[in-house]
Write a protein that binds this ligand. Structure first.
Ligand code: ARG
Length: 275
C-alpha cells in the first residue's frame, strides 16, 4: 500500500515538473520578435549618418544613400532573416527613444554599451572596440599636449554620447560645446570656432584620411572608461529571439573574416561616392 502511494506521488511529481518545464519554454518562445519582422518582410535599422566610416551619406547615380560599416552589417542581418533592410536616419540623441517607441527594430550607430544604456536596451555581443581622442586643426597638432593646455578653450562633443561625458569630466577648465549632429562640430572645428572635438579613434582616423591637410589628433591623453569601449547593436529588451539571431550573424561574420573586410569596403564607398 505504502509503496503504491509513493509511485503515484512520483508520477504526479514528474508530471508537475514536466509541465513546469514546458511552461518555462513556452513563455520564452512567446517572444515573436523574429516572426514579427518576417511578417513585415522588413527590418528597420535606426542610425545617425554623421559617423563615417560607420554610417554616412553618399550620392550614387544621383541618389542619396546611407552606407557604412554598420549598414553593411545591418544588411547581413536582414539577409539572414530573409527580409529587406530599411534605414531610418535620425539624430543620435533620439535613437533609443525611437527604439522604445517601435519606430525602429535595432540601432547600429557606433553605439557603445554603457551601464546607463543597458538599463533601457539590450545589447548584442561586441563588434568593434574604440577609444577616445581629441581631433584638432592641423596647425594645432603640437599645441594641445595636456589637459592644462585646453583651459578656457571651446571643446566640442556630440550630445548624449560618451564623448560628451568624457569631455565634461576629463577636460576640466574647458568650455564644452555640444551639438546633436557630429558633423556640425567638425565644421566648426575647421572654421576655428572650436579648439578641438572629442571623437573616437576610428572617426578621427577617417577625418585624417579624408582631409590630411586640415585635421590632426592632439597629443593630450583621454581615458576611455571600460564600459565605453565596446560597440554593439541595440534592440528592445523584450526582443530576445531577435537578439539571439543578431548574435549568431555577428559570430559568423567575425569567424569568416567578413567583418574585418567590411570596414575597408565602407572606406572604398566613401572615397568613391562620399562628399
Ligand atoms: N560611441 C559613442 C556613443 O555610443 C558615439 C556614437 C555616435 N554615433 C553616431 N552615429 N553619431 O555614445
Amino acid at each position: 500500500m505504502k509503496k503504491g502511494w509513493k509511485k503515484v506521488l512520483a508520477i504526479v511529481g514528474t508530471g508537475l515538473i514536466t509541465s513546469l518545464i514546458l511552461a518555462g519554454c513556452s513563455s520564452s518562445s512567446k517572444d515573436n520578435s523574429v516572426k514579427k519582422i518576417q511578417d513585415k518582410k522588413t527590418i528597420t535599422v535606426g542610425t545617425s549618418a554623421d559617423y563615417a566610416p560607420f554610417e554616412f551619406p553618399i550620392v550614387k547615380n544621383g541618389q542619396k544613400k546611407i552606407v557604412g560599416y554598420d549598414m553593411l552589417i545591418a544588411e547581413k542581418i536582414a539577409d539572414n532573416l530573409g527580409v529587406k533592410l530599411k534605414i531610418e536616419n535620425t539624430e543620435f540623441p533620439s535613437l533609443i527613444s525611437e527604439l522604445k517607441n517601435n519606430k525602429i527594430d535595432m540601432i547600429l550607430a557606433g553605439m557603445v554599451s554603457t551601464k546607463q544604456r543597458r538599463k533601457v536596451v539590450a545589447f548584442s555581443r561586441s563588434y568593434y572596440t574604440v577609444k577616445n581622442v581629441l581631433l584638432v586643426q592641423k596647425k594645432d597638432a603640437n599645441t594641445y599636449n595636456t589637459i592644462a593646455s585646453l583651459k578656457g578653450k571651446q571643446i566640442g562633443a556630440q550630445q548624449t554620447t560618451t564623448q560628451e561625458s568624457i569631455a565634461k569630466q576629463q577636460i576640466k577648465g574647458a568650455n564644452v560645446v555640444t551639438e546633436s549632429v557630429l558633423t556640425s562640430l567638425t565644421t566648426e572645428l575647421s572654421q576655428g570656432k572650436l579648439a578641438g572635438v572629442v571623437v573616437e579613434n576610428e572617426i578621427a582616423d577617417n577625418y585624417l584620411r579624408q582631409f590630411p591637410n586640415k585635421y590632426a589628433v592632439a597629443k593630450v591623453k583621454l581615458t576611455t572608461p571600460k564600459d565605453q569601449r565596446s560597440v554593439n547593436i541595440a534592440v528592445r529588451k523584450s526582443d530576445k529571439a531577435l537578439l539571439k539571431r543578431i548574435n549568431k550573424v555577428l559570430i559568423k561574420l567575425q569567424n569568416n573574416g567578413k567583418m574585418a573586410k567590411m570596414l575597408k569596403q565602407a572606406q572604398v564607398l566613401q572615397d568613391k561616392y562620399g562628399k
